[in-house]
Design a protein around this ligand. Structure first.
Ligand SMILES: *Cc1c(COP(=O)(O)O)cnc(C)c1O
Length: 427
């Protein structure tokens, strides 16, 4: 059979029931699993055989949903995490430890920036942040002998810069390290970073994948293409024996397709336990079933709102990569020809006070620390998600004090525009 379309995968991938089995993915709400012999369980602990033993590491419901996300991204293996933060932490920490270094785009999500710049730095991992618009030479100069990965977001939250995935992948590969791309905003419906050279993809499934503001979650997907053994000295965790698993060498035993996710599950999930609950994985899957139907509507509403704002005298700037004339429109057309996302960022001629007042007058658009929900919502990053940044860091992250991020939901665009118009009239 030829490869299925993305819509068919959204609906059906990851779970095929046998005769008389549940049509919907069953919620295996069990912490543990029963075996007839200790010998059998021993083989599971030695990673000699695959099977479930404790839901802190793996659960069948999660694995069906992870398999669907792997299919959507075109990867070889995937795992669910309790949040997008856990996904990005695991993806990086799986290959970079104390004494190592990572190159990251400077416009990444505030939570991820904090994780890297503060918390992981405390753990001994150093980061160099580069502008997503840097030249290949500037990007090249950011690498060090101990660099282990490159990180960026397909569409950055909330700066809405578009990552030139090919440029970042080339630099990463020239230095023998993988490119990790957080594909939360584009989703695999609009962009599949593996097709452009990315090696690992992460998601906050909390956003469009869930899509209904119901469950916090994350995912990590491996393309199966990065050759850890060809750069064995850089990735000893994957290419030398793991004493905590009876000397297994992940890259040899599980191959390129399975090594990264198996190590991440066996070591990091075992030790940190940031697993998604089976109940949340079930809810996530309900969202995934309609992802390909919802994304075009989010994009249609985003574009309609961006066009309206662009023509309004009280608006000083509009950032929306799907909009003609946007700084990132060309890159967006290259990487996301069918649409970008539903998130629009904009600023006010009246500055920060106008931004705050505008938000108070919105009726449909609710003030929330959220994006990518069926219901339109908005946020003032400088006073919320990016509050920890000083002015210079805000500018580097592509955020001005008057910037409002609006996540256009699935409502009628005419109603969203009417709501925005009445709020603008009041300021
Ligand atoms: C929200 C978000 C995260 C963090 O995900 P959580 O599920 O909130 O932990 C990471 N990356 C991006 C791009 C996000 O939008």
């Amino acid at each position: 059979m030829s490869e299925q379309g993305i819509g068919t995968k959204c609906v059906q991938a990851g779970y095929t029931p046998g005769n008389g089995e549940p049509r919907q993915i069953p919620i295996i709400q069990s912490t543990t699993f029963k075996y007839d012999t200790s010998e059998h369980m021993g083989r599971l602990f030695d990673l000699e055989e695959s099977g479930y033993f404790y839901t802190r590491l793996q659960n069948p419901t999660n694995d069906h949903v992870a398999a669907k996300i792997a299919a959507l991204e075109g990867g070889t293996a995937a795992m669910l995490t309790s949040s997008g933060q856990a996904a990005n932490f695991f993806a990086v920490f799986n290959i970079a430890a104390a004494g190592d270094h990572v190159v990251a785009s400077s416009t990444i999500y505030g939570g991820t920036y904090n994780l890297f710049h503060v918390t992981m730095r405390r753990m001994g991992v150093e980061f160099t942040f580069v502008s997503p618009d840097c030249t290949p030479e500037e990007l090249d100069a950011a690498f060090r002998p101990n660099t282990k990965a490159v990180f960026g977001e397909t569409i950055a939250n909330p700066a809405l810069t578009v990552l030139d995935i090919e440029k970042f992948a080339k630099a990463a590969h020239d230095h023998g390290v993988p490119l990790i791309v957080d594909n939360t905003f584009a989703t695999p419906v609009n962009c599949r970073p593996f097709e452009w050279g990315a090696d690992i993809v992460t998601h906050s499934t909390t956003k469009y994948m869930d899509g209904h503001g119901a469950g916090v979650g994350g995912a990590i997907v491996d393309s199966g293409r990065f050759d850890w053994l060809a750069h064995a000295d850089k990735f000893p965790g994957l290419t030398t024996p793991d004493d905590s698993y009876h000397g297994v060498t992940y890259a040899k035993k599980f191959g390129l397709g399975g090594a990264f996710i198996t190590k991440c599950t066996a070591q990091l999930m075992r030790d940190f336990g940031s697993i998604q609950s089976p109940q949340n994985a079930f809810i996530l899957n309900l969202g995934l079933e309609s992802l390909h139907v919802r994304m075009p509507r989010h994009c249609e509403n985003g574009l309609a709102v961006a066009r309206f704002l662009k023509s309004h005298p009280k608006i000083s700037f509009v950032i929306y990569p799907g909009l003609e004339g946007d700084k990132y429109h060309e890159l967006a057309m290259k990487y996301m020809p069918n649409g970008t996302c539903g998130v629009v960022s904009f600023g006010f001629t009246g500055g920060r006070p106008a931004a705050e007042e505008f938000m108070r007058h919105l009726k449909l658009g609710a003030i929330e620390t959220h994006v990518a929900d069926a219901r339109t919502c908005c946020l003032h990053p400088a006073s919320a998600t990016h509050r920890q940044m000083n002015d210079a860091e805000l500018v580097a992250a592509g955020i001005t004090p008057d910037l409002v991020r609006m996540s256009c939901g699935l409502e009628d665009s005419a109603d969203l525009i009417a709501d925005i118009a009445q709020a603008l009239d009041k300021i």
